[in-house]
Design a binder for this molecule. Structure first.
Ligand code: NCD
Length: 324
């Protein structure tokens, strides 16, 4: 075991567990690299051989549609091999057990582990135990972080708005239980977003000391007024006690983003959602499918961002091995 750092001894990215501590330059480098891999709808996807000879292992113990398939497609489009491990066990896989899994796969020459887990700390724990040539990438850690989602959200905003400094960004909904919101907060702060708003009912707001610098709003109407970017979030029922789960129709009545409410934002505001959406709970279908929605653009950008992150850690590994 060695102490945890995302950076190797040459200060290059080896693991990606959190966006905390990444500079604006480091984030922009990843966005630029990802931009390279973005193609329009209907175009043949970008490919390279950057992961030739490399094997990526997806270890997801929570459900996933977008993140897992995009990590898999990203690895394949870079010429890598992928294995997907199904570990949907009722008793949690932890401690020695997960390490045994990791060591087993490492012995089969898995080079990059992509880990999603409902428990905090699993990615970091694994990263402190793997060999020097191996990388660990978070695909979502409990309610705490989802770094590649934060990056793809930033890329999507940059594509539509050009810059961050003059943007009003409103993150709306169940922020308290959302890893997407926490990574968004970290990336938007690092990139100096003009005004960052968190908009939620009382029970879904993070604790008072969390997310310093973000402006808090307790109604949807006030929170999205004049916004350039609106990011809607799903209610994370799986992270709540039953009693805390809001009634869906009441929630939509006060907190659902409808076409009418959207008129309060800037006329060219974009609407984002990390998915999976609960239509007519946090977002009306006519908005989700409407002209201001960039939700599927986020999905497409997710593949490009994961290609960029995979390419980066593999290039850094090669650099580490050629000049130890
Ligand atoms: C999210 C997740 O799992 O964190 N989805 C995603 O990765 N795009 C958000 C969610 O589950 O609501």
């Amino acid at each position: 075991m060695h102490p945890f750092s995302q950076f190797d001894r040459h200060n290059r990215l080896q693991h990606l567990i959190t966006l905390e501590g990444l500079s604006s330059d480091q984030i922009c480098d990843l966005l630029d690299r990802a931009e390279h891999y973005v193609r329009g709808p209907g175009q043949i996807p970008a490919r390279s051989q950057a992961l030739d000879g490399i094997t990526v292992g997806n270890i997801f113990t929570e459900p996933s549609t977008r993140t897992r398939s995009s990590f898999e497609l990203a690895a394949r489009r870079l010429g890598g091999e992928v294995i997907n491990l199904e570990i949907m066990l009722s008793s949690r896989v932890k401690g020695e057990t997960i390490l045994d899994t990791i060591y087993t796969l490492q012995a089969m020459a898995v080079d990059v582990f992509v880990i999603r887990d409902a428990e905090p700390g699993v990615g970091q724990f694994v990263a402190t135990h793997v060999d020097d040539h191996v990388s660990v990438l978070s695909a979502g850690e409990a309610h705490l972080s989802h770094p590649t989602q934060g990056l793809l959200d930033a890329l999507t905003i940059r594509q539509h708005k050009g810059s961050f400094a003059d943007q009003v960004v409103a993150v709306v909904g169940d922020i308290r239980h959302s890893r997407v919101a926490r990574s968004a907060y970290q990336v938007f702060r690092a990139l100096n977003v003009g005004e960052l708003r968190i908009v939620a009912p009382d029970g879904l707001m993070p604790d008072a000391g969390e997310m310093p610098g973000a402006v808090r709003f307790d109604t949807l109407e006030k929170g999205i007024a004049g916004a350039d970017v609106i990011m809607m979030l799903r209610i994370q029922k799986e992270r709540m006690q039953d009693a805390a789960i809001p009634e869906q129709s009441d929630y939509f009545a006060r907190w659902g983003l409808t076409k009418n409410r959207l008129k309060l934002a800037k006329p060219n505001a974009i609407v984002m959602h990390p998915g999976p959406m609960n239509r007519d709970v946090e977002i009306a279908s006519e908005v989700a499918d409407g002209p201001q929605s960039v939700i599927l653009k986020q999905v497409a950008n997710g593949v490009a961002i994961r290609m960029a992150v995979l390419e980066t850690v593999v290039a850094n590994r090669k650099a580490r091995q050629s000049s130890p």
